[in-house]
Design a protein around this ligand. Structure first.
Ligand code: F0G
Length: 379
């Protein structure tokens, strides 16, 4: 960007690649343009020579990658005359839907699993003024209900079954190619409902001029309303690697999981809606899926914060947990360039962070001697 130019969001930036007809209609809160941060200390610690980057999507306006999809979905919904949106959510989609609805001046309904949503996400939905509907069920139950309600009620569904969501989310891949000058060799990300892995694969393929079957199929959905730019950056798309939490890992089990569980509540999903697309992305790219226990996920979440100063939410850390395992085993070779998406900010889930505190926090006297002693004990 040149001097004196304000960043106005990803639709404006990638307008010729998105299904929006008029710049005047854009509903944006300045999403996208998130940093690609090269990890310094962790690769050194594991003794591997790799170019390991994180795309920190926690630095979006509502602190998750969902804003990329929501700007396009809500802009489209308003263009089509909708006055209300609805979604099922493990938390982040509801926060983004509520914020973009607020910005657009329309109503948002969010269905969330009772008691299984991180505190920060609930706080966001409350503050942005969503109509919050807690259900005695999980995300998958909520998703089925939303699909049914969407058939008759005058509300636009803004879950990732809405193709415009994926169109917005694909721009993260554009940004990565813009910054690296090429696609990475591997792209690692957490998988829940499987929209994001689908969107990244679309983005990488489109931007690098690689038209696989999945891109043809998914692009056809928006073809009537969008003339995609045919200019391509010459690049080979990456292998797409998806990671799940062990008790919520339908892609590892090969079928839906009935009662998914994990401390990483964002990806507590047993019946992913983009099941076929995610398999296509994985197979077409030559990637794979893997799984991690809650303990492993939390260990890497802490490692990122302690060693690199990057605080992401538990689900996000799954991508780095996976990359590190595959780098250490040699499945990902030294010299490779790897990008991991950190999908959400750690502050979304303060309870999980505070529960990891290793020592009990007790107050000491507010005197020089007491504080001095406490510091010297740790030096
Ligand atoms: N990471 C975070 C922080 C998420 O919130 C989600 C999904 C994912 C990863 C998985 O992405 O579903 O595209 O495979 N959260 C959704 C929600 C389901 O309702 O906020 P996915």
């Amino acid at each position: 960007m040149s001097f004196g130019q304000i960043y106005t969001g990803l639709i404006d930036k990638y307008f010729d690649r998105l299904p929006i007809s008029n710049r005047k209609n854009i509903i944006s809160i300045g999403e996208g343009n998130t940093p690609l941060i090269k990890l310094k200390n962790i690769p050194k610690e594991i003794g591997k020579d790799v170019n390991l980057y994180v795309k920190f999507e926690g630095l979006n306006p509502t602190s998750s990658f969902k804003d990329r999809g929501m700007t396009v979905a809500v802009t489209r919904a308003v263009e089509e005359g909708s006055n209300a949106i609805i979604c099922a959510s493990t938390g982040n989609t509801s926060a983004a839907a509520a914020a973009y609805a607020a910005r657009a001046g329309i109503k948002s309904f969010v269905l969330i699993p009772d008691g299984k949503i991180a505190l920060g996400k609930l706080a966001q939905a409350i503050m942005y003024g969503a109509e919050i509907i807690q259900i005695k069920g999980n995300f998958d139950d909520g998703m089925q209900l939303v699909k049914k309600i969407g058939e008759s009620a005058p509300v636009s569904i803004v879950n990732s079954i809405n193709p415009f969501r994926l169109q917005g989310q694909k721009t993260a891949a554009f940004e990565i190619i813009d910054e690296l000058g090429k696609a990475p060799d591997y792209h690692c990300l957490p998988v829940g409902n499987a929209g994001n892995i689908t969107a990244y694969w679309m983005g990488y393929c489109e931007y690098s001029g690689h038209i696989g079957k999945m891109v043809e199929k998914s692009t056809r959905i928006c073809q009537d309303i969008c003339q995609y730019s045919t200019d391509a950056v010459t690049s080979v798309p990456p292998k797409m690697v998806g990671y799940q939490a062990t008790m919520s890992a339908p892609f590892l089990r090969g079928e839906p999981v009935k009662d998914p569980e994990t401390i990483a509540t964002a990806i507590r999903i047993g019946n992913p809606q983009s099941w076929d697309y995610a398999w296509m992305a994985s197979r077409e790219s030559g990637g794979w899926f893997d799984e991690f226990s809650d303990e492993e996920i939390l260990k890497v979440q802490r490692m990122l914060a302690e060693k690199e100063g990057i605080f992401c939410e538990p689900a996000s850390a799954t991508s780095v947990a996976g990359a590190l395992k595959d780098i250490q085993s040699g499945k990902i070779a030294e010299g490779s360039t790897i990008v991991c998406t950190l999908t959400g900010h750690g502050l979304k889930d303060p309870d999980i962070a505070i529960n990891q505190c290793k020592t009990e926090m007790t107050a000491i006297d507010a005197t020089f001697d007491a504080v001095n002693k406490a510091i010297f004990a740790k030096l």
